[in-house]
Design a protein around this ligand. Structure first.
Ligand code: C2E
Ligand code: MG
Ligand code: MG
Length: 462
């Protein structure tokens, strides 16, 4: 009798363990599904809505790497405590993966209420965390879904919340998104684009276009930025602002970038030899330690002088994994490649980063340049950036110049380089040779070595 009782207690405990996350004491993924299935069954005949929210911590991985695993565990436990005390009675918080949590809210009936609840949780999770004698900060992205009818199952509800989470993450950190039908369509389109892009990369169908970068004072072209262009047979032209993030997310940025570097350096070999090529690297490439070597091996293949290459990286790229980014930047600079910080002014624009990293150049984002004639704060910000770069010995390029008056104003402020539709839109390799030929005639290319050494590309273009 007593033995049977012990056995019962024992198996109840084992069963409980199977539903518990040992680190935080919250329920685990199984518990989450069990609870959702149960509430669906309870409401089968009278489907009163309820909501599920999935939370993914933003910035947990770097903290884990920086502070160590133990501190990471400590933060996860603190997150669990905060969640528990922030959610209303009857709601169930669970930890469903490394830094993913899911909460079931039986009494949330509308999308608006789910949104508000999500924002409240983000606020609670964004307060600083104590880790030993230091503090860490992180935030969360949240995707939510509402149960409206008995056609919804626990699995489908979960997938909807995950789709919403994916959208929240794409929108940036600390966002809440509640599932809608449009999202499903958008998710399908992303998958279609991904598949078409994989095929296009394999077939070498993504093309580099080149936008001139000029010396603002002399208006002479000093180099070009390579910008990817892709037209799919069925989907039509897709802008890089759409396909580059998809390539990053779906793990195909590296082959895409290699294809573009190969094609662009092959094209740039035909330019006057003093012109540089500026090439964008994506944030996720700065997390991959092979990036530096891959770039160098392509230059070797095309015989392009590394001293004529610049790579553009953004602050997001530097932030995601500073150690790896630093190594890549070092590898590249060691080979004579110059490194510029792209889109400055839009992200965190951390001044510390400018001290820690060795950049050669900084590109002021279009957002400031486009406002420079109308808006005093933008004017002051641009002036301040220029003064800072002067002190740090950094060259500056102003992006997105569309009018002559903007260029003139930037010259007055002492800005050295510029780029934008006013000087030229991105053109394909062949048209770029035409542009160079015209510029040469007008004296707008920086050297004349080209006239004495006509290149194959030039002849082909005439
Ligand atoms: P970005 O590197 O900041 O490139 C500048 C963007 O501004 C380009 O957009 C360019 O066409 C646009 N632009 C230049 N001048 C003007 C102007 O005067 N007015 C306006 N309104 N826009 C101007 P694009 O080509 O659509 O590229 C968007 C972004 O996609 C790029 O921003 C870059 O982050 C990314 N990207 C493009 N090609 C590549 C690539 O080969 N690799 C990677 N990793 N990213 C790329
Ligand atoms: Mg760029
Ligand atoms: Mg830029």
């Amino acid at each position: 009798m007593q033995l049977a009782h012990i056995k019962d207690v024992y198996s109840a405990e084992t069963a409980e363990l199977a539903y518990t996350d040992p680190l935080t004491g919250l329920g685990n993924r199984r518990r989450f599904f069990e609870k959702v299935e149960r509430i669906i069954a309870d409401r089968y005949h009278d489907p009163v809505p309820f909501a599920v929210l999935i939370l993914d911590l933003d910035g947990f991985k770097p903290i884990n790497d920086l502070f160590g695993r133990k501190a990471g565990d400590e933060i996860l436990s603190q997150v669990a405590l905060r969640l528990r005390s922030a959610i209303p009675e009857g709601a169930v918080a669970t930890r469903i993966g490394g830094d993913e949590f899911a909460v079931l809210f039986p009494m949330l009936f509308t999308e608006k209420a789910a949104q508000e609840q999500g924002h409240m949780l983000i606020e609670v999770l964004s307060a600083p965390y104590d880790v030993g004698d230091r503090t860490a900060r992180l935030s969360a992205s949240i995707g939510g879904a509402l149960y409206f009818s008995s056609a919804d199952k626990a699995d489908s509800l979960f997938i909807k919340a995950e789709t919403a989470l994916y959208h929240a993450k794409r929108a940036g950190r600390g966002k809440v998104t509640v599932y809608s039908r449009d999202m499903e369509e958008a998710a399908k389109r992303v998958t279609r684009i991904e598949q078409a892009l994989r095929r296009a990369i394999a077939a070498g169908e993504v093309e580099p276009h080149f936008q001139p970068i000029v010396n603002l004072k002399t208006r002479q072209t000093i180099g070009f930025e390579c910008l990817a262009r892709w037209t799919d047979r069925d989907l039509g032209p897709i802008p890089p602002s759409v396909f580059i993030p998809i390539a990053e997310e779906r793990g195909i940025i590296s082959p895409l970038s290699q294809l573009l570097l190969l094609k662009s350096t092959a094209a740039a070999r035909d330019w006057p030899k003093d012109l540089f090529l500026s090439f964008n690297l994506s944030p996720s490439q700065l997390v991959d330690p092979n990036t530096g070597l891959q770039v160098l091996s392509i230059l070797k293949k095309t015989g392009f002088d590394p001293r004529r290459l610049e790579v553009e990286i953004t602050e997001t790229g530097v932030m995601t994994d500073p150690t790896s980014a630093e190594k890549i930047v070092k590898d590249l600079r060691g080979a004579g490649i110059r490194v510029s910080l792209d889109d400055f002014g839009t992200g965190q624009s951390s001044l510390g980063r400018l001290r820690e990293f060795s950049f050669d150049k900084l590109k002021i984002d279009r957002a400031f340049v486009s406002e420079i004639l109308k808006d005093r704060p933008s004017e002051h910000i641009v002036k301040a950036i220029l003064a800072m770069c002067d002190g740090l010995g950094l060259e500056v390029i102003a992006e997105g110049i569309e009018e002559e008056a903007q260029a003139d104003r930037l010259v007055d402020f002492g800005c050295g380089g510029g780029q934008g539709f006013f000087f030229g839109k991105p053109r394909d390799a062949q048209q770029t040779l035409g542009y160079l030929r015209d510029s040469l005639r007008a004296g707008h290319v920086i050297n004349d070595s080209w006239t004495t050494q006509p290149v194959t590309g030039l002849r082909a273009a005439t």
